[in-house]
Design a protein around this ligand. Structure first.
Ligand SMILES: CC(C)(COP(=O)(O)OP(=O)(O)OC[C@H]1O[C@@H](n2cnc3c(N)ncnc32)[C@H](O)[C@@H]1OP(=O)(O)O)[C@@H](O)C(=O)NCCC(=O)NCCS
Length: 176
């Protein structure tokens, strides 16, 4: 069996989401601890990560957001989200958010598979246009460019790393 055969990627339904909150939070906590610029500042606790996923889970229950997760032999190692609820004049548009892979599971193509599934699920929800933003010239930006996303431009100093350093952000879009 190859390294990736044991990987399963799937959209989480509400019952599975509610039992996966700690595992999802553990991946977010690991990414922020590792220095990822994904909204949060250091120090960042597991409890704060769990509260974030509780809020997102409530949006999933309302049909406003979807969450896709990656499992390695049953262990949750990554996730990505699609924000579905946007203004009334943008019903065809979605936003990709919080692509996260645990540091121990990186460079095995997990993020690419998470994105493929998120794009397919967004399409199934009737979305024909997706947008996202990423740290300029970061690991994720390379992935999006490789997966056919179009770069719009760079906003200097848009966000901060967890340690307070500023980082530039690049916007991307993709038609589905
Ligand atoms: C960005 C992130 C999601 C990428 O996750 P990942 O699962 O490592 O991504 P992939 O494995 O699909 O691709 C990463 C690299 O591994 C390479 N790779 C993929 N499969 C591989 C394999 N089997 N063997 C060796 N390399 C492999 C890819 O080609 C890619 O190379 P590159 O860095 O030269 O572009 C991850 O680093 C992360 O969670 N970062 C912190 C959070 C973050 O910044 N998220 C982005 C928010 S926009």
């Amino acid at each position: 069996m190859s390294d990736t055969d044991q990987i399963e990627i799937r959209r989480l339904d509400v019952p599975e989401l509610s039992t996966s909150l700690d595992a999802l939070a553990a991946v977010l906590h690991d990414c922020v601890t590792g220095g990822a610029s994904v909204s949060y500042m250091a120090p960042f606790s597991h409890e704060e990560a769990r509260e974030a996923f509780e809020a997102w889970a409530a949006e999933v229950e309302q049909g406003r957001r979807l969450i896709v997760a990656a499992f390695d032999n049953g262990d949750l190692i990554g996730s990505v989200q699609v924000i579905l609820a946007l203004p009334p004049n943008q019903p065809h548009r979605g936003e990709i958010a919080k692509l996260l892979v645990h540091r121990s599971a990186r460079r095995r193509g997990i993020a690419e598979r998470l994105m493929e599934c998120a794009e397919a699920e967004a399409r199934a929800e009737g979305k024909t246009l997706l947008v996202l933003d990423a740290v300029t010239e970061g690991d994720a930006a390379r992935l999006y460019a490789r997966m056919g996303w179009t770069e719009v431009g760079v906003i200097p100093g848009y966000a901060l790393y967890p340690d307070g350093r500023p980082c530039d952000t690049t916007y991307f879009w993709k038609a589905l």
